[in-house]
Design a protein around this ligand. Sequence first.
Ligand code: GLU
Length: 296
Amino acid sequence: MKRLTRAFAAVAAVSAVALSAACSSGVSTPQSSSDPTVATGIEFPAGSTMARIQDAGTIRIGTKFDQPLFGLKNPITGNPEGFDAEMGKLIAAKLGIPANKIEWVETVSANREPFLEQGRVDAVIATYTINDKRKQVIDFGGPYYIAGQSLMVQAGNPEAITGPDDLSGKNVCSVEGSASSTNIRDLVPTTNVVLFDSYSKCSDALKNGQVQAVTTDNTILAGLRSLDPDSFELVDTTFTQEPYGIGIAKGREDLVAFIDDSLQQAFDNGEWSTAWDDTAGKILGDAPAPPRLDSY
Ligand code: GLU
């Protein structure tokens, strides 16, 4: 991220000018009481990715639709709700696009890079860990949050699981294409990893006793447990760092730099912590200090 930011400092400077121009115009067009202020009068360099999105009048954002606290589809509005959805609204607003013009596209763990590479979405904001393997095929803005991998077990913890070392020979559920599945295989090769395409299916398998644990980010597990707290229990440990980034297709470094500028502004002006408090913070507690954008 550091290298990328430096390499495109010139572009970032242009973005920063555009952002401050938008702020100084001071016009707000809120979509609902909680939606971020939409930038108006903003001009992007001709031919830039931001100008193309602005001209389209919409941004296509891939996110999860079944993850409480981060991206959970509201059955009435059809829109996802949660911290990731708020990050999407925030970036869209800084591009001059109101929340009701965002095109939300459901992404699961395994199709995030393909959807970006195929141009089906402009950005993926979906509990998406920045890592070197993914950076070979896409770029990331951020990080905007740092999670950690953990474990969820049945209430009462019948198998007395306190960490990854207790998983040997056990059936442990995770999701195809996730960093969680790779991490657990690397950490405990003797675990039988059972894979589904979404974490909500892992909850069902745990409840039914088909698996003895679910493993993924502590954030996701907390959201899943909040739906059925009598059935599940969280193991009080994290054993990885999962920095969440905003995935962008290669060749759009201007948008990556713009996203980093926008996130930094949101860290500084409190929009980021408000978004946290309104969503994931309701279960996960107070917002931590925002991560450093050059840390991953
Ligand atoms: N953060 C991890 C990842 O990006 C696990 C969560 C997920 O699958 O969305 O793979």
